[in-house]
Write a protein that binds this ligand. Structure first.
Ligand code: URA
Length: 185
């Protein structure tokens, strides 16, 4: 299924209770032919209001960091979340909510067919890389799953709270850029 058909199919999703409290479903944004797919946790307040991922403060930081390595949601990457609807009070999505939403994300991955998936933060990394993934210890490492390289790095909201890890997060993004170039040479 192509990404537009998928977006339409997803619009009225009520597979979990988050469907009842959302303002807008936040499906994803970017180039549907991107080589790199970034996956966050779930929409926050601004994302819920605007229907687009990472448009609040952490999104502004993410866009700036991406621009340093020539990635842009308008051109060459795609951005989605583990859950497509805002968890109330910005709590972490529950495992049940992540499970209910996972088929949408799997279908997005199948439609986009990225070469690299970057997990932004723990919620995405424990689900898409391995259950005991530790961001502080394993960020920046590549793991291969089903022919796709996967990496976990710091969530931009965490970097806003603790900017000391910004250089390490930038190094992770540089590794993504270098790996992509090696893959497409
Ligand atoms: N945090 C996320 O994980 N995703 C968003 O879309 C916004 C903030």
């Amino acid at each position: 299924m192509d990404i537009q058909t998928l977006r339409t199919a997803c619009t009225d999703c009520q597979k979990c209770p988050l469907g009842r409290t959302r303002t807008n479903l936040v499906f994803g944004v970017g180039n549907p032919e991107a080589d790199v797919l970034f996956i966050g946790e779930g929409p926050g307040e601004q994302e819920d209001l605007q229907g687009e991922p990472f448009v609040g403060r952490s999104g502004q930081l993410l866009d700036k960091m991406l621009a340093c390595v020539d990635f842009s949601r308008k051109e060459n990457i795609y951005i989605a979340n583990m859950v497509k609807c805002r968890p109330p009070q910005n709590r972490d999505p529950s495992p049940e909510e992540v499970n209910a939403c996972l088929p949408w994300l799997t279908a997005q991955v199948e439609a986009i067919r990225p070469k690299i998936i970057v997990c932004l933060g723990r919620v995405a990394a424990i689900r898409l890389i391995k259950p005991d993934f530790k961001v502080t210890r394993e960020h920046g490492q590549f793991f291969r799953h089903n022919g796709i390289l996967r990496m976990g790095t710091y969530h931009p909201a965490y970097l806003l709270r603790d900017p000391r890890n910004k250089p390490a997060a930038m190094e992770d993004l540089l590794r993504v850029r270098a790996q992509l170039e090696a893959l497409t040479e």
